[in-house]
Design a protein around this ligand. Structure first.
Ligand SMILES: [Mg+2]
Length: 260
């Protein structure tokens, strides 16, 4: 974090872009959406491929563990899965009203002046719905999602590309046009964080108090961002008024505190 290594720019923060995962990162896994998603995947396995209902949860867990997602796993194992079909069941049936507007998160995001990008394995419709429900859709300049990583998928027999594959990470860095060394990547999945580290990103593990091996930071929730990574908000003004950085942080902290 030596300031001498920073490039001369408008900001002396070491980060010029923040890349956010969406699900379980920008809203809590406790909303019930994650549980509903798992049930929907189980239903998909039963309805489309006739797997016994009793075996679907174990199969889903195994696919996730081995391939990172059920869709990638099914395709890799040679099942003919149409991605739109999959998303229409797995995401299309989600109870989106469980995701509530988050004014505190919105205020926090608005204090971050760097480029802000969403990078999710979910399809675009899901990403838009979730961001809309949270009330933060307009906070991001770009959404990198399933369709970005898998263009023309329906016309191809190519394997699905998603996080945590290195190919997915490289696509995101390329599409976003960022220097990974000055880009902060936030994700709740340990494997995704490891993949981010492998391509040179600065990494933040969300939902844990303790860092994984490849995480530069760990946050229990996104709202701890100011306390754990204050350097996101460092500016040249801070360098000139070196005696007052606490006041700067106080004003950001108060901006992210919402009265009921
Ligand atoms: Mg996630």
């Amino acid at each position: 974090m030596d300031s001498c290594t920073h490039s001369a720019s408008a900001s002396s923060s070491p980060f010029d872009c923040i890349i956010f995962d969406l699900d379980d990162t920008l809203y809590s896994s406790k909303t019930g959406i994650g549980q509903a998603l798992k049930r929907n995947i189980d239903d998909f396995l039963v309805e489309k491929f006739g797997f016994p209902e009793s075996q679907a949860p174990a199969l889903r867990a195994e696919l996730f563990k081995t391939y990172g997602s059920s869709l990638v796993g099914l395709r890799s194992l040679g099942y003919d899965v149409d991605a739109d079909d999959y998303h229409s069941v797995v995401h299309g049936r989600l109870p989106y009203d469980l995701i509530k507007p988050d004014a505190k998160l919105r205020n926090l995001l608005q204090t971050i002046k760097q480029r802000k990008i969403i990078f999710t394995n979910s399809d675009r419709i899901h990403a838009m719905k979730a961001l809309d429900r949270l009330g933060i859709k307009d906070c991001f300049e770009q959404i990198i999602c399933f369709e970005t990583m898998n263009p023309n998928l329906s016309k191809s027999t190519m394997p699905v590309v998603l996080k945590p594959s290195l190919e997915a990470m490289k696509i995101a860095i390329d599409v976003a046009g960022v220097d990974p060394r000055s880009t902060l990547f936030l994700d709740d999945n340990v494997k995704n964080v490891a993949a981010g580290k492998a391509v040179g990103l600065r990494t933040v593990l969300i939902g844990r108090a303790i860092k994984s091996k490849e995480a530069d930071y760990a946050l229990e929730t996104i709202t701890n961002l100011v306390q754990v990574i204050p350097e996101i908000w460092f500016s040249e003004e801070d360098d000139q008024r070196i005696g007052h950085p606490k006041n700067e942080m106080d004003s950001i902290l108060s901006a992210t505190t919402v009265s009921a």
